[in-house]
Design a protein. Structure first.
Length: 342
């Protein structure tokens, strides 16, 4: 009996912004049996559901009047390899940064560019987490989900997950109806370093790593992230608050003419990804303080809880940032973070 179901629970320790909010009901599940038991419970069966991992990519702008399920299923297990990959099945509740480190040290490289991304493994496919030139999509074999409709588990191949830039079918299609219980990673048997990301390339060069091993990339990415991103244990935040916007060719041409220093990267199909941090900074919004919240001095894309702020205050700042960027550049910033209870 591992299922814990409680009423009126504070979510403060379950979100990296560290804001106060309440869940009408809260359950921490550690097995599929727990999920089935929860699903059969008349007190919560018909309530709206919110699935949480470590709460590192969510902003509670208010209370959640439903059932919060923390998917804490444990376990890391290596399966029979496929022709070209090592396959590792990981429970949704496993810490992502600990997993990456464990695999690199155990001679199973492939995730090192995704080092130190906070959160649990089960959330990785929801956002298709990505950093320093690698997205989860390139290392994901399949996702095991529990479905409310059938009350049973199903295995989705990576191709069925609709993974895109910080996006997946789990995010778009009936969130709360499908709960990730485990993911299976596919790690290359013939590993090649991924060093095309300019900032990472520079860091490796500065460390004198001409032909980097996976552990060199791991260390370099950890150093970059520690330098650039605030530690949520000290300053509440959820990493990048907004996605980097993607715009078409004509809007790009017009903007780059007016703002030649704008940070941008060409994408396939003639579209361009614009650095959201650059846009925000150009609006003089890097390192600003609004009461108890602000934008991080070292990285304008990160909104921070400076001192026991409410989620509402963070949301107000997010809206100010969106409005300023919209009116200066005509570009809309889409939150990357899930906003709950607004
Ligand atoms: N870019 C490239 N190639 C490069 C360098 C940058 O394509 O060589 C692109 C990036 O993909 C990004 C833009 O240029 O779209 C700006 O890059 P920057 O390095 O300034 O990163 P960022 O926008 O601050 C993004 C992610 C971070 C991730 C870093 C490092 C988003 C919203 N944020 O941040 O992810 O760690 O790149 O790769 O995409 C997060 O999602 O919470 C997060 C911290």
């Amino acid at each position: 009996m591992s299922l814990i179901l409680q009423q009126r629970v504070s979510l403060k320790s379950c979100n990296s912004f560290g804001v106060e909010a309440r869940a009408a009901w809260f359950a921490r599940v550690q097995s599929v049996t727990d999920l089935q038991q929860l699903h059969a419970d008349p007190r919560v069966r018909d309530l709206p559901r919110l699935v949480l991992g470590a709460g590192t990519n969510v902003l509670f702008a208010g209370d959640f009047d439903g059932l919060v399920i923390q998917a804490a299923l444990p376990g890391v297990q290596e399966l029979e390899p496929s022709a070209d990959s090592f396959l590792v099945r990981v429970g949704a509740g496993q810490s992502w940064p600990a997993l990456v480190e464990q695999l690199v040290r155990a001679g199973r490289p492939g995730l090192e560019n995704l080092a130190l991304i906070p959160g649990w493994a089960g959330a990785a496919p929801i956002q298709n987490i990505g950093a320093y030139g690698l997205e989860l999509a390139e290392r994901l074999h399949s996702v095991s989900v529990w479905e409310a409709a059938s009350g049973a588990c199903r295995e989705l191949a990576c191709e069925e997950c609709g993974l895109g830039y910080r996006d997946s079918v789990f995010k778009r299609d009936r969130p709360g109806e499908r709960i990730v219980v485990a993911i299976t990673l596919r790690l290359p048997q013939r590993w090649q370093p991924i060093t095309k990301y300019a900032e990472l390339e520079r860091e490796l060069a500065a460390r004198g790593c001409g032909q980097p091993e996976a552990s060199d990339i791991f260390e370099a990415v950890c150093a970059l992230r520690r330098r650039k991103l605030p530690d949520p244990a000290r300053l509440g935040n959820a990493g990048s608050f907004f996605k980097n916007p993607v715009i078409g060719r004509s809007q790009y041409a017009e903007l780059i003419e007016r703002f030649p220093s704008m940070v941008s990267y060409p994408l396939a199909g003639g579209r361009f990804k614009i650095g959201a941090a650059w846009l925000i900074e150009a609006c003089q919004l890097r390192g600003v303080t609004r009461g108890r919240v602000g934008t991080y001095e070292g990285q304008a894309l990160v909104l921070v809880n400076k001192n026991a702020a409410s989620g509402r205050e963070v949301l107000d700042l997010a809206r100010e940032v969106q409005q300023r960027v919209q009116s200066k550049f005509g570009v809309s910033l889409e939150p990357e973070v899930l906003i709950v209870g607004a």
